[in-house]
Design a protein around this ligand. Structure first.
Ligand SMILES: Cc1ncc(COP(=O)(O)O)c(C=O)c1O
Length: 370
């Protein structure tokens, strides 16, 4: 159920050692940094510039992860009852955040099947934005979770046009952007339009380590100011040590990211091989990146399968967690974030649970999905 890799231990340890060396410079202040420490904001801004997107450090606000960023953005961009457009399927905790904020998710399909036409239904998105007057859209165009699909350059330009036409703020979740496995993504969605229509969310959570709890928001300066104002109702800043460790990691991260991508490529290959061997009639499209496959089963038994799977040694997130109104009973997200052997064993366990389903088993406790 976790689409999340264990930490790169040696790099995390040396990042914290470096943070310990830098922290004295902060000890004579109160230490609360609602916008984030300067070295981290600068390194994040530099990484956008290296991707061809001019960015200053004052367009960056550090958050305690992408989930926190989404919650802050919902607070500033939407009121209770507002509509928020989301991909369908999408990241379950985003749906949860939207609902708990009192906003209403409006879903637009992301279809993995369909070959060259696979992906986002942008005409559907335009109609949904017009019909519902959505104030915000939360989308994952870069190695979409859970399908791994990536929106092409033309789609990105069109998406920004739709946002501008409908006066909707696009919140683009780039949590997975560094986890391209086959081809790097096109330029960031934000590089296709004026800063006001596109807000970008980033994180170290998937590419480096979820335990850092460091993410960020890239937005125009006036929105950053509003976010900083609103933040004090939620928290007073991300811990300085974690920010300094993240700054150290991101300062020189390309080799580490390439190693992480290499691990994921091997793990994905292991999963594809195991699926061929154990579940040959399950269908899937392999996206060019990310950490999971979105598989279509011959029968709509996802919830029952997730309930029985722990009895076979594997914990699953059922398809309906990734959608609204009971959709995706035929689908399952299979993360390939664990080591090759574990991935193989997990698929064999899923196959054995699928096999045993007809006989019925105990229901499992719900598990956190990340
Ligand atoms: C698409 C997506 N967005 C956001 C998050 C949350 O990220 P973070 O751990 O930075 O809060 C995750 C990870 O679980 C994710 O997969």
């Amino acid at each position: 159920s976790y689409a999340s890799m264990p930490a790169p231990a040696a790099e995390i340890e040396s990042a914290y050692a470096a943070a310990l060396r830098s922290v004295p410079a902060y000890l004579d202040s109160h230490g609360m940094e609602p916008i984030g420490v300067a070295p981290l904001r600068e390194v994040i801004a530099r990484r956008y510039r290296e991707r061809g997107l001019p960015t200053d450090a004052d367009q960056i606000m550090v958050t305690s992860g992408a989930q926190h960023a989404l919650r802050l953005l919902l607070g500033v961009l939407t009121d209770a009852g507002d509509r928020v457009i989301v991909d369908h399927p999408t990241y379950p905790n985003a749906l949860e955040a939207i609902r708990r904020h009192g906003a209403r998710p409006v879903v637009v399909p992301v279809r993995p099947e369909g070959g060259a036409d696979a992906g986002w239904d942008l005409e559907g998105l335009r109609s949904a934005a017009r019909q519902t007057a959505a104030r915000m859209a939360f989308l994952i165009p870069d190695f979409h979770s859970p399908t791994g699909l990536c929106m092409g350059a033309q789609g990105r330009a069109e998406l920004v046009r739709i946002a501008q036409e409908t006066r909707m703020t696009l919140v683009v979740d780039e949590t997975m952007v560094d986890l391209w496995l086959d081809t790097p993504p096109p330029p960031a969605v934000a590089s296709y339009g004026a800063d006001r229509s596109v807000v970008t969310v980033g994180s170290t959570g998937k590419s480096l380590w979820g335990g850092l709890r460091v993410g960020w928001i890239r937005a125009d300066r006036s929105l950053i100011t509003r976010l900083v104002g609103a933040r004090s109702a939620v928290d007073l800043g991300t811990p300085v040590m974690e920010q300094l460790a993240a700054a150290h990691l991101l300062g020189d991260v390309e080799d580490l990211l390439e190693r992480r991508r290499g691990q994921l490529r091997r793990r994905r290959a292991a999963m594809l091989g195991a699926l061929d061997e154990h579940l040959p009639d399950w269908k899937y499209t392999v996206g060019p990146g990310g950490m999971s496959l979105w598989v279509r089963m011959p029968t709509p038994v996802s919830t029952a399968l997730a309930a029985t799977a722990p009895n076979h040694g594997v914990v699953l997130a059922a398809g309906p967690r990734f959608g609204v109104e009971g959709a995706f009973e035929r689908f399952l997200r299979l993360p390939y974030a664990r080591e090759v052997d574990e991935v193989r064993r997990a698929v064999a366990s899923v196959a054995s649970a699928y096999d045993a389903l007809a006989r019925g088993r105990d229901l499992a406790e719900p598990h956190l999905v990340v």
